[in-house]
Write a protein that binds this ligand. Structure first.
Ligand code: GRF
Length: 191
């Protein structure tokens, strides 16, 4: 049975593009929709290049989520992936899509997570804390930032000489390699 996925993103969308390319020849997974919360998010440019419909819902729409829910229904979405999405998922979406929304966080939760911990801020905090390792956490989404049940964590080493940018490069490499594969396992009920 074909699974229809929507990707929510707020920024560049490199993970969104990677996931779309990974599944592009898999007929059992369709990704017909990208939703952003800012008009200038580069993910919208990527959507255009990839031929994926995209819509922007400004912050006010995310309070109730009704308009987003309408769009998800229009595209018959079964599953939602947050790939660099910075807003809280409204309760209305969590109810309809309970255990059908997953997120990726660029650190080993519960460390370096929570409100405001995103992008380079996370890698700066990891370096400042003198961590010997970091990595990615893929988890189900609940009503709080970065607190849902963890599906997978993949680690990488942090060298004392690593800058936050070098840590970011290592973490992005893990994201691109593992996120689509973990999504595939979840969709096949194997995660
Ligand atoms: C990634 O580091 C991801 O872990 C985090 O936000 C970043 C999104 O990057 N949630 P991109 O927009 O996919 O390039």
């Amino acid at each position: 049975m074909t699974k229809n996925i929507a990707i929510f993103a707020s920024g560049s969308g490199s993970n969104a593009e990677n996931i779309i390319r990974y599944f592009q020849f898999d007929n059992s997974v369709q990704i017909p929709l990208i939703i952003a919360n800012k008009q200038n998010a580069y993910v919208l440019e990527r959507a255009k290049q990839l031929g994926v419909d995209s819509f922007v819902f400004p912050k006010a729409d995310w309070d109730t989520g009704e308009k987003i829910l309408e769009k998800l229904r229009e595209y018959q979405i079964d599953f939602i992936i947050l790939a660099g999405f910075l807003l809280k998922v409204p309760a209305a979406l969590l109810q309809v899509y309970s255990d059908k929304i997953i997120n990726i966080h660029p650190a080993l939760l519960p460390k370096f997570g929570g409100k405001g911990m995103y992008g380079d801020k996370v890698h700066q905090a990891v370096v400042d804390a003198g961590e010997k390792e970091t990595g990615i956490t893929i988890h189900y989404v609940n009503e709080n930032y970065d607190e849902g049940e963890i599906i997978a964590q993949i680690r990488c080493e942090v060298l004392p000489s690593d800058s936050p940018a070098q840590v970011a490069d290592k973490v992005h490499a893990l994201e691109y390699e593992h996120f689509p594969k973990v999504i595939e396992k979840v969709l096949n009920g194997k995660a």
